[in-house]
Design a protein around this ligand. Structure first.
Ligand SMILES: [Zn+2]
Length: 70
C-alpha cells in the first residue's frame, strides 16, 4: 500500500516540476517581447523615429520584423 502512495507522490512532484519548468521557459519570451516594444526604430516609409509601440504614428506603417540587427 505504501508503494502506491509513493508512486502518487512521485507523479505529483513530476507534474509540479513540469509546471515550474514551463513557467521558467515562458518568462524570457515575454520579457523579449516587452523590450522590443520599447525599442526605438526608424520607419522605413517616412523615416520617422518611433519611440514607442510597433506602429508609426505618422504613416501607420508597422514595425518591420528585424532579427539579429543589434
Ligand atoms: Zn512612418
Amino acid at each position: 500500500m505504501t508503494y502506491l502512495l509513493w508512486l502518487f507522490f512521485f507523479i505529483v512532484i513530476i507534474f509540479l516540476s513540469g509546471v515550474f519548468v514551463w513557467s521558467l521557459k515562458r518568462e524570457p519570451d515575454e520579457n523579449e517581447l516587452k523590450e522590443s516594444d520599447l525599442e526605438e526604430w526608424n520607419c522605413p516609409s517616412c523615416g520617422f523615429t518611433v519611440q514607442m509601440g510597433t506602429e508609426c504614428i505618422y504613416c501607420g506603417e508597422k514595425k518591420p520584423a528585424e532579427r539579429g540587427e543589434q
